[in-house]
Write a protein that binds this ligand. Structure first.
Ligand SMILES: O=C(O)CCC(=O)C(=O)O
Length: 299
C-alpha cells in the first residue's frame, strides 16, 4: 500500500456522528484537512439549496452582472449562467445564520481557537461545464497573522470527481510558507495562475469526494484545487466560509480593493470573545459575482 492509500484508509480523517475526536484533531494537524460527515441535515441542505436559487433569481436584490430571468426559465437554467457569488451572507439571512452552524462551530473551536471570526463566504453553483479553481493556498489571499485561516467547504450537492469536487495535497500545509505561483496552462481551471504541483507524485494528490451535508475543513496553507464540472446536467453547489482565530488581526486589503489595513474589521464573530471589539465592526464588502475567468485578484 502506498503512503497516501494508508492515509485514505485512516478512519480518523472523517468526523463521524458529529463529534470530533482527539484522533481527528491529530489527523488535521498532520494532513491539513478533515471531513465532517452529515454535519448539515437534509433539511438544512434543502434550505441552502432553495436559498441558492433565491439569491441568483435576485430575491435579495440584483447584484451587478446578474442577467434578467426569463419568465419561463427554470431555476436550473438561471443557475447555469453563474459560477459563484462572493459574500452571500451580506444579503441572505439564511447563509448568515449558517455561518454559525453549531456542528461547524464545535469543530472550529477544537482545530482553530475558542474565539472564532468569519471574514468571508462564497457560494459556488458551478453548473455543467464550469471551470474549477487552480492550485492555491487560501492564506495567499487572506493573510492572518497566526496562520489560523480555515476553509469550511459545505457540500450542498454531492461532489465527485466528475462534477468538480475539491482536490488536496495532504500534508502540504506543513511547509508553512506561501508557494510560488506560475502561469496556468490548463483549461480545467478558471485562473491565470496556479501552484506547480508536478513535484508531488500523482498518488499524493487526492480528490475529496463529499456527499451533500458533508463539510470539509481545511488549513489555509493546504494546497487545494478543483477540476471543471464535466457532467451534462449536475451542479456542484457548495458554500465555502472562511474563519480564523479572533486573536489574530486580519491584514486583508483584498488585492488592493481596500487601502492597506492592519486589521479588516468586516467580520462576523462566531464564538468566544473578540479582543478587538473596541474597534467595532465595519461593513466594507458587498456581494459580487465571481467572473468566469480570474486574474490574480480573485478573492
Ligand atoms: O469549491 C471550489 O471549487 C474551490 C474552493 C476553493 O478553492 C476555496 O474555497 O479556496
Amino acid at each position: 500500500m502506498t503512503d497516501i492509500q494508508e492515509i485514505l484508509n485512516q478512519e480518523k480523517q472523517v468526523i463521524a456522528g458529529g463529534k470530533i475526536t482527539a484522533a481527528n484533531i491529530g489527523f488535521y494537524k498532520e494532513y491539513g484537512y478533515l471531513t465532517g460527515r452529515g454535519l448539515f441535515s437534509p433539511e438544512a441542505v434543502a434550505e441552502l439549496k432553495a436559498d441558492t436559487a433565491k439569491i441568483f433569481k435576485g430575491h435579495y436584490g440584483i447584484i451587478e452582472g446578474m442577467l434578467p430571468a426569463g419568465q419561463n426559465e427554470s431555476d436550473n437554467d438561471i443557475l447555469k449562467k453563474y459560477v459563484a457569488i462572493h459574500f452571500p451572507h451580506k444579503i441572505s439571512p439564511v447563509i448568515k445564520r449558517y455561518l454559525a452552524h453549531q456542528p461547524v462551530v464545535d469543530v472550529l473551536e477544537q482545530i482553530v481557537s475558542p474565539n472564532i471570526k468569519c471574514m468571508q463566504s462564497m457560494l459556488f453553483v458551478k453548473g455543467p461545464g464550469k471551470a474549477g479553481q487552480a492550485w492555491h493556498q487560501d492564506e495567499f489571499y487572506i493573510p492572518t497573522r497566526d496562520k489560523s485561516l480555515t476553509g469550511v467547504w459545505i457540500a450542498i450537492d454531492d461532489a465527485g470527481v466528475e462534477n468538480g469536487c475539491l482536490w488536496v495535497v495532504p500534508g502540504s500545509h506543513r511547509s508553512g510558507y506561501i508557494m510560488p505561483r506560475v502561469v496556468n496552462n490548463s483549461d480545467e481551471y478558471a485562473d491565470v495562475d496556479t501552484i506547480d504541483v508536478s513535484g508531488y507524485s500523482t498518488d499524493s494528490v487526492i480528490p475529496l469526494e463529499a456527499r451533500k451535508g458533508d463539510v470539509v475543513f481545511f488549513n489555509g496553507y493546504l494546497l487545494h484545487s478543483s477540476l471543471r464540472n464535466k457532467t451534462a446536467n449536475n451542479f456542484r453547489t457548495a458554500l465555502v466560509n472562511h474563519y480564523m482565530s479572533a486573536e489574530s488581526m486580519l491584514p486583508w486589503d483584498q488585492d488592493g480593493k481596500f487601502p492597506l489595513t492592519e486589521d479588516l474589521r468586516d467580520i462576523v464573530m462566531i464564538a468566544g470573545d473578540d479582543p478587538y471589539a473596541h474597534k467595532t465592526i465595519v461593513e466594507m464588502n458587498h456581494p459580487y459575482l465571481r467572473p468566469e475567468v480570474l486574474n490574480i485578484a480573485k478573492r
